[in-house]
Write a protein that binds this ligand. Sequence first.
Ligand code: FAD
Ligand code: PYC
Length: 416
Amino acid sequence: MEKYSFLNLVKHAARHHENWRPAWRSPTPREAYEVVIVGGGGHGLATAYYLAKEHGVTDVAVLEKGWLGGGNTGRNTTIVRSNYLRDEAAHLYEFALKLWENLSLELNFNVMFSPRGVLNLGHSLQEMRDIERRVNANQLNGIDGAVLTAAEVQAKVPLLNCSPKARYPVLGASWQPRGGVARHDAVAWGFARAADALGVDLLQHTEVTGIRIEKGAAVGVATSRGFIGAHKVGCVAAGHSGVLAALAGLRLPIESRPLQALVSEPLKPCLDTVVMSNAVHCYISQSDKGDLVIGAGADAYNGYGQRGSFHVVEQALQAVCELFPAFGRVRMNRQWAGIVDVCPDACPIIGKTPVDGLYFNCGWGTGGFKATPGSGYVFADTLANDRPHPLAAPFSLERFHTGALIDEHGAAGVAH
Ligand code: FAD
Ligand code: PYC
């Protein structure tokens, strides 16, 4: 693996940035692997990395129909936090947050994790009560968090309109100091590079078109590059999980919906924390490049078009202007959508399926980026040992039979 040092940067600059060594190989698919992971987003790549690193399972291929990180991983607004209400979710997201804190060192790749703190604004008495309940629950679970008054919020974010005359005045907020943002592409690239170095085959432009099942067990996948055998198949395909499950004759309790985001022209540093508001509905942070990174709500229909409806972004921008009147004249540069996989309880599905050797990790919906390292870690453990990792156990498919749902709509932070 090439060392990323200042000296190397100068060396490559002198060579006009030509002939860089690729960060990972582009191998020809083998006939079969011990484990095939479907989906080369952050979660799939993290799963492959931890399979190799923690379990010594290196006979692994990651199959990606497009390019690595081209799905939701490269389309999200990069908010990382662990302030979930229910114990099961709080433990899982906190486990992930702890991995984030050391991830650049772990991968020897700068994922630009920036713990600049996350504010969830409260605009009504009921929202403030919900915030207090969630922060108390977080503190009982050892997760950092505080309830801030409107004056304390104003001191942290001087540009925020905290006037009591606002349509939805800011009454206060929850504050998680260890939350923040990370560079989404770098997360995919860091996991890809580290997994490749451990022997994992990363196969881009390889679409899975079928799942072969013999005697009740998955034995491999049909792909756009031919059949690839596998002892175990792990599907980590976010918004396309329902499509993949159908290939195995399964129906998942998931809806696939467009979720939109947009970025502005770059500005001088003016917002050094993450601000989320459920009531006026937008979430916003400033990237290291200076752009405002803004997210909207999920579109109200199911679909696979990575665009979304105009009125949804219009509403999000109205919210931005209401919260930050100074941003009213900022121009927007780009808009896009990703297809998020939403479960009825706004929590993921991690684990085995009724088909032996076929596993799913999906349903992260609007909030899975923050879970990327933790999700990969627990799913790798589940695949390697053919039983749920203790943190993943509550998120099995069975909960839709038993009724043990883990309702996290409140903490999800995005209306859907
Ligand atoms: P993906 O990155 O989507 O990877 C799945 C991959 O599977 C894709 O690359 C796809 O091409 C591939 N695939 C699909 N079908 C096949 C097939 N048949 N064969 C081969 N490959 C296939 N989460 C947060 O925590 N914080 C946020 O701020 C946040 N903001 C968001 C904003 C937006 C606009 C969106 C869309 C999402 C946001 N999320 C956020 C959610 C987060 O992005 C996702 O939960 C997370 O990135 C999912 O990662 P993944 O690796 O599972 O999926
Ligand atoms: O889960 O924190 C989150 C989130 C923010 C924006 C989209 N999802």
